[in-house]
Design a protein around this ligand. Structure first.
Ligand SMILES: Nc1nc2c(c(=O)[nH]1)N[C@H]1C(S)=C(S)[C@@H](COP(=O)(O)O)O[C@H]1N2
Ligand SMILES: [Mo]
Length: 316
């Protein structure tokens, strides 16, 4: 099994000492032009930037395949977050200032130690950097330096009972604060997602609380969202308020909306087309042309064993 490169995982103390180092170099607070000149912040093209905080440089300019990170501006201005709007370039503006503190994540269901996590409780987990590809089912992709911690650490604290087979995640339901909910009433809100327990326990599966070394902005799912890099992006549910261990396979918002188009597993697979478009290639944001889509989004060595014996063209 392929190991995750050390460059993909930076414990917080290493991260913070990098920050101190950069501060001493006078890099922090420097202009975007200087950061770009240092080669740490690839310039965004075709993206209108909502004024935001200056990103901290991540530990590497590329993912483990050598592909460059997307810029902070790209990652925070081209979003899918239907609770706000279906227009990817307007999510940032509409989500600006959305209150994400205080916040609680209720973890329960089939567990021995149900617990409600405050933001302070979540901050007690050791934060790691994870540079992951995000491949949307719509066939665009980005490389994103997330900050977060393995979901398995949180699940270990609550102790799933023997009967727990799946994990069900729920996004905040706030029709007054999130204009897309009322504008798109045909969806079954709140946004729901699910994982099999072994997928949830896999080390690649994280709860992300930041990106580019900063707290997540609202448009990316603040204050805490799931990231499952080998699955289509819609599995990576944002702004989570509930996590339940359950016996039955949860029905996600997308399964309820279009079961023939969006399955429970939703593993990235270039050989199984969406009924309305090919999944063989993708458009990497910031690049011209298209690139081939990789099986399991390039994480095949790490995760293929989870699906041994399953027909992935049927269990999509
Ligand atoms: N609650 C919620 N989570 C969500 C979505 C959404 O509309 N609502 N969109 C999903 C989709 S389709 C994708 S591709 C990713 C996009 O994450 P990003 O905007 O941080 O790149 O979020 C996923 N999580
Ligand atoms: Mo997506």
């Amino acid at each position: 099994m392929k190991k995750i490169l050390p460059s993909e995982i930076t414990p917080e103390h290493v991260y913070l000492s990098r920050r101190e180092f950069l501060k001493s170099m006078g890099v922090l607070g420097a202009s975007a032009a200087l950061l770009a000149a240092c080669g740490v912040s690839p310039a965004a093209e075709n993206v209108t930037t909502v004024a935001g905080p200056t990103p901290l440089p991540p530990s590497s300019n590329t993912d483990e395949l050598g592909d460059p990170l997307n810029s902070y501006a790209e990652i925070t201005n081209y979003n899918n977050y239907y609770e706000f709007t279906v227009d990817k370039e307007r999510v940032a503006k509409l989500a600006e200032g959305y209150p994400t503190s205080p916040w609680e994540v209720k973890v329960g269901g089939l567990v021995n130690n149900p617990k409600t996590y405050s933001l302070d409780d979540l901050r007690k987990f050791e934060i790691e950097e994870r540079i992951y590809r995000l491949r949307c089912v719509e066939a665009w992709s980005m490389v994103i330096p997330w900050m977060g911690f393995p979901l398995s650490k949180l699940l270990a604290e609550v102790e799933p009972k023997a009967g727990a087979k799946y994990v069900r995640f729920e996004t905040i339901y706030d029709p007054e604060g999130m204009p897309g909910i009322k504008k798109n009433p045909w969806y079954q809100w709140p946004y729901i997602e699910g994982l099999r327990l072994d997928e949830a326990m896999h080390d690649l599966t994280i709860l992300a609380t930041g990106l580019y070394g900063k707290d997540l902005p609202p448009q990316n799912g603040a204050p805490v969202r799931l990231v499952v890099p080998w699955k289509y992006g819609f599995k990576s549910i944002k702004s989570i308020v509930r996590i339940d261990l359950v016996e039955e396979m949860p029905t996600s918002l997308w399964m309820a909306a279009a079961p023939n188009e969006y399955g429970f597993y939703a593993n990235v697979n270039p050989n199984v087309d969406h009924p309305r478009w090919s999944q063989a290639t993708e458009r990497r944001i910031g690049e011209l042309g298209r690139r081939p889509t990789l099986m399991f989004n390039g994480y095949e060595d790490e995760v293929a064993h989870l699906y041994a014996g399953m027909d992935l063209s049927v269990n999509f």
